[in-house]
Design a protein around this ligand. Structure first.
Ligand code: B12
Length: 337
């Protein structure tokens, strides 16, 4: 954890993690409110205590040290803390209305919520729409409320094609868009591919909103997005999963839980491959493969199974040049291992 600023937060961080570990929401709220009483900036409480603690929770889950239930409990505590901080520090909005939302299928509302609260603390009149908003519903909402801009959060690269549709919908409604979140890449390079302004963090969002000018924010995509191959992959999704379940040795002996997990992982593989094809960037899939390798290795899943799935998919995707190139260049094991 590197993001802490100054002593009070530094001292509070281990205690906050303990509260998350024990699902102690009262302890966590007291700790956050005590920091406010001590004069710590509320934005720092959100961004240098809650945010890095949530990232830590993710690492524990990734390494199989924490169960999904522990992660859910911890996230609930963080949500309560954010609510307590914003209820304690109420600022009258004196800037324009801004909408913060996550697109269809994106359930990571908490990162966007942090952004929304930081914007609120900076005086913006924020409407937070939360997780998984269908694009059509967003558009009708924008027509009614006419905000200065929409800030879109995406935490999973595999949701990028949906983010692109969301951006297009906002542009059709003539509302400027900015995006953020780890789903656009650590340096925002996939936002650049979609031709949309990206900001690294919540404070950056506030600065960017203050500077918003059209048409700079209405830039066209920097690459020709390959919808055709992407659409073909989406259409073949179920077939690809079935093919792998049938083709991977031993699946007949899997327990129902193992089979469910395998089908879910195969779904992530296809969706991430489709996203990599969409933005035409093999590094998107390569980064995912590293992450998947870590997740599966910590759960004792043989990584050869994944390479096996890549090969089976490549066999079916002979007419998909981008997908084929990506699959053939990605391996979780070396031949010798
Ligand atoms: C909590 C959590 C969940 C919760 C979310 C609940 C909620 N209310 O948000 C639930 C259980 C739903 C969930 C589900 C999943 N999750 Co999850 N989740 C997390 C976790 C642990 C914390 C999220 C969080 O609060 N982060 C804190 C914020 C502050 O961090 P941040 O993203 O860095 O945000 C900063 C910037 O990125 C930026 N920013 C972020 N959003 C935005 C938006 C805008 C507009 C702007 C301007 C800036 C901006 O500003 C923020 C603050 O400065 C993360 C770990 C992590 N590192 O984030 C995993 C994580 C994101 N999840 C992950 C995964 C894999 C999943 C699942 C696929 C798991 C599964 N097997 O089902 C599903 C997918 C669900 C879906 N379709 O959306 C992975 C993603 C890995 C990858 N390479 O893609 C992570 C990284 C965990 C990990 N280490 O492996 N998850």
């Amino acid at each position: 954890m590197t993001a802490v600023l100054g002593r009070p937060l530094e001292n509070a961080y281990p205690a906050y993690l303990r509260c998350l570990d024990e699902a102690d929401e009262h302890g966590a709220i007291d700790l956050a409110l005590d920091l406010l009483t001590d004069g710590v900036d509320p934005q720092d409480v959100l961004l240098s205590l809650v945010a890095p603690a949530q990232a830590q929770v993710g690492e524990w889950w990734q390494r199989n040290e924490w169960s999904v239930a522990q992660e859910h409990a911890a996230t609930h505590v963080s949500e309560r803390v954010i609510a307590a901080v914003s209820a304690t520090v109420r600022r009258q909005p004196h800037r324009d209305r801004v909408v913060v939302a996550c697109m269809d299928g994106e359930w990571h509302a908490l990162p966007a919520r942090l952004v929304a609260e930081v914007l609120r603390l900076d005086g913006w009149d924020v409407t937070f729409l939360g997780a998984s908003v269908p694009a059509a519903h967003l558009v009708s909402y924008l027509h009614r409320h006419d905000p200065r801009a929409v800030a879109i959060g995406c935490s999973l690269p595999m949701r990028l094609p949906h983010a692109a549709r969301f951006v297009q919908a906002c542009r059709r409604a003539d509302v400027p868009v900015l995006v953020g979140g780890r789903g656009f890449g650590s340096d925002g390079r996939w936002a650049a591919r979609l031709g949309v302004p990206w900001v690294r963090d919540a404070r950056g969002a506030s600065t960017a909103l203050a500077e918003v000018t059209l048409p700079a924010w209405g830039a066209a995509p920097t690459v020709e997005v390959d919808d055709t191959e992407y659409a073909g992959l989406v259409a073949a999704r179920v077939e690809l999963i079935d093919l792998c379940v049938a083709g991977i040795p031993d699946t007949a002996r899997y327990t129902p839980t193992q089979l469910d997990a395998t089908v879910a992982d195969l779904g992530y593989i296809v969706d991430t491959l489709a996203a990599a094809v969409y933005v035409d960037d093999a590094t998107l899939f390569a980064e995912f493969a590293v992450w998947l390798g870590e997740v599966l290795a910590s759960r004792n899943v043989p990584l050869r199974t994944v390479d096996n799935a890549f090969d089976l998919m490549a066999g079916r995707l002979r007419d998909f040049p981008r997908a084929l190139r990506i699959l053939r260049s990605t391996r979780l094991t070396t031949d010798a291992s």
